[in-house]
Design a binder for this molecule. Sequence first.
Ligand SMILES: *Cc1c(COP(=O)(O)O)cnc(C)c1O
Length: 237
Amino acid sequence: MTALKENLDRLEEAIAAACRAANRARAEVELMAVSKTFPAEAVVEALSLNLALFGENRVQEFTAKSHELGDARPRLRCHLIGHLQSNKSARAAELFDGVDSLDSLRLAERLSEAAGKCAKRLPVLLEIKLSHEATKTGLDPASADAAQLLERLPDLPQLELHGLMTVAPLGAGEQGTRDCFRALRALRDRWAAAYSRLNFAVLSMGMSGDFALAIAEGATRIRVGSALFGSRPALRP
Ligand SMILES: *Cc1c(COP(=O)(O)O)cnc(C)c1O
């Protein structure tokens, strides 16, 4: 058995246990394999183990990897989960099957225009910032930009809102992490009630270290990298 297969088996057991503890069906939680920094061969092996949804955090890195994937590329869905600068939105719209890190009105407008040019409807998640870490990206849900973006989204037909995404603050501890996930779910419920033309079905939260808490708090998609592929070399900021 390969290391990836072993890791996946172990991960699936932990996901199943978290679902049981939360009284949820395994089918309610989608597993995204975060393949950033790992080579195309790792993605191909993951595909052979029936993983189909992948997360990458850089446009440039996935441009190269996408070429290497060749024939395998159409068999997977790959979403951008890292911060997107609006000057890279054309490339991102072409390259990815979804953008889970939409965090401003300006980016939404650029991305919608870019998706239109490649005759694509692009699934998106709003990345929400729920803590005040200076380094953290994401949309402040109480900001004027958030309000304007939510008003504007129904008129951007090339973007298809599917829900919300967040990353728990680093070193928040179990309670802080739980609070963050709970806050995302509460925000989702509030926005779903207030913006009936928009779809908020997806709650993407939880990574290798905290996916069980996220499942307990209602995650419908977890994003797992190192628990599947192994530890990564330190990332550039
Ligand atoms: C890297 C990354 C993950 C996966 O992190 P692991 O701790 O390796 O599971 C999930 N979400 C985002 C946004 C990431 O950048």
